[in-house]
Design a protein around this ligand. Structure first.
Ligand SMILES: Cc1cc2nc3c(=O)[nH]c(=O)nc-3n(C[C@H](O)[C@H](O)[C@H](O)COP(=O)(O)OP(=O)(O)OC[C@H]3O[C@@H](n4cnc5c(N)ncnc54)[C@H](O)[C@@H]3O)c2cc1C
Length: 489
């Protein structure tokens, strides 16, 4: 754990906050405080106090005092961020929002009004109970909060058809870093009343404000879903099929690609084999949703596509069978640890027209850096997860992995894409921001940050200051959402 500066002023401010909010909301030690010293990146830092917010008043008081005494504040939901965006790199206070988790469904408006600590799957369940649907579905949805999703503009598999978190945020309410209360919109769909700071907050990784309430858009629940899987001769053919499918006007709700290495992991290591006749071939997992009549029409239209492109194709007739098909996607990630014991999951984006070249580039990267890089992900929006596998204790491998990440980032930007589609920048990707954004763009971002947070107290040290991840040893703690690794050397 890295030690950060502690000041007398900080200690006095912490004491003052404890008096204001009470000792049960301002924790100075204990397991809960330790667990909030890192997120899923497991980059851990010392800090002064954990503030467990239970009301807007707690958030306002904390920020006002922090701003007056220039104490760093890192807001957090449940700490599933993979980039270190919720790790308190500059110490100070951590503001835990996970206890503010009320959910109210406004059926007549097709909206949900939620507090930031509401867990995403709980919002989906509450919407479902009213015959409505909240589509964004990060794989961490059973654990992560809507506040974290808004701050990271989280995505997921269903974004292929429905879009990302941003597309479902109607309005936000919360506090500026100075502790002043603000609201951007309300329970109405239209607003043209000055700058759209709501959208600036979305994806700002908790650096521009603290969300205390969100109004979310809900859509009608689809009547039915249809899940299928297709195997292809080559990765090239699979990606050509993706392009053709979208060009022909199909709108799958999910279109997940697994390259040969990912399929190898699922089949050979995790023992999940979907086709008896063909093994080791790249796959597409495809889901359509809609009315039964729409799905019937899709099924019959899809036949010419499957005839032309696929080596094997099958669809699920029951929910249980569909769940079986998803096993290949669920299991491949944990099985990747067979190819190393450390994994860098880079969530890059490449435009549709560059996907074939991207697949060629992954082969080049593998060869150049001599590391396995199983790649899977959301083919419809080009958001692929490149998993760079290495052994942490092997210094040479570690260095090659570090170089491979930079090479990958430069490659995707050259292909017209970007370095993160859903995980964000945080600490882990901060050295690469200048690859994806030019000086003027970074300057504009910094000007916004300076304007809203003149004392630089909110989530400092993220995005703009290049952080050397490799110099830090992650903590060894098993988190509930960790994939069980299958280790082999
Ligand atoms: C197994 C696993 C699978 C994942 N799959 C996906 C996926 O499919 N798609 C995807 O997009 N991400 C995925 N993630 C990443 C992660 O779940 C998301 O980034 C999620 O949005 C983080 O939510 P959280 O509540 O854990 O936020 P935290 O990790 O606690 O915080 C993340 C960021 O949000 C800020 N923040 C939190 N609450 C607030 C608030 N109230 N106001 C302002 N800022 C706030 C924090 O300061 C921090 O910058 C995955 C992570 C894991 C571990």
């Amino acid at each position: 754990m890295k030690t950060t500066r502690k000041t007398k002023r900080g200690a006095a401010a912490t004491k003052q906050l404890r008096t204001l909010l009470g000792p049960r909301k301002v924790l100075l030690e204990g397991d809960r405080k330790f667990m909030a010293s890192f997120d899923s990146s497991k980059l851990s830092f010392e800090y002064d106090a954990l503030i467990v917010a239970r009301s807007e008043k707690d958030v306002g008081e904390t920020l006002r005092l922090a701003n007056r005494h220039k104490i760093p504040v890192t807001t957090r939901g449940t700490g599933t961020s993979l980039t270190g965006s919720a790790s308190p790199v500059q110490g100070g206070w951590v503001l835990d929002m996970s206890r503010m988790k009320r959910i109210a469904i406004r059926k007549e408006k097709s909206m949900a009004v939620v507090q930031p600590g509401a867990v995403v799957s709980a919002i989906q369940e509450a919407a479902d109970a009213e015959g409505l649907f909240y589509p964004p579905d990060p794989s961490s949805l059973k654990y992560c909060t809507i506040g974290g999703n808004i701050a990271c503009n989280a995505g997921g598999m269903r974004c292929a058809k429905y879009g990302v978190t941003r597309d479902f945020v109607v309005a936000l309410e919360g506090f500026l870093p100075t502790g002043e209360k603000v609201s951007w919109g309300g329970e109405y769909k239209k607003f043209a009343t000055g700058y759209n700071i709501r959208d600036l907050w979305i994806g700002s990784e908790g650096t521009l404000g603290v969300v205390t309430k969100a109004v979310l858009k809900l859509v009608p629940k689809p009547e039915s879903t249809w899940t299928s899987v297709a195997a292809f001769d080559t990765e090239r053919k699979a990606l050509m099929a993706v392009k053709a499918l979208l060009k022909e006007g199909f709108a799958p709700s999910i279109l997940e690609y697994l390259d040969e290495d990912s399929v190898y992991c699922a089949e050979e290591i995790a023992g999940v084999r979907l086709f008896k006749s063909v093994g080791g071939k790249p796959l597409l997992l495809i889901e359509f949703d809609g009315s039964r009549a729409e799905l019937r029409a899709v099924r019959s239209r899809l036949r010419s596509w499957t005839d032309k492109y696929t080596l094997a194709f099958k669809s699920a007739r029951t929910e249980a069978a569909a769940d079986n098909l998803w096993e290949v996607r669920r299991k491949c990630s944990g099985a990747m640890f067979a190819m190393g014991n450390a994994k860098l999951n880079e969530d890059i984006v490449v435009p549709l027209e560059s996907q074939l070249e991207f697949a060629r580039e992954i082969k080049r990267l593998r060869k150049r850096w001599r590391l396995p890089m199983p790649t899977f992900g959301h083919a419809a929006d080009g958001n692929f997860h490149v998993n760079i596998m290495f052994h942490r204790e092997d210094k040479a491998e570690r260095e090659r992995a570090e170089n491979a990440v930079r090479d990958l980032m430069e490659t995707v930007v050259r292909l017209g894409g970007t370095i993160s589609g859903e995980h964000g920048i945080g600490l882990a990707k901060s050295p690469f921001l200048p690859i994806a954004r030019n000086k003027a763009e970074i300057g504009a971002m910094k000007a916004i940050k300076q304007g809203l947070d003149p004392n630089g107290i909110l989530n400092p040290g993220k995005l703009f200051e290049p952080f050397q991840v490799w110099e830090h040893t992650p903590v060894t703690v098993h988190l509930p959402w960790d994939k069980k690794p299958i280790l082999k050397r």
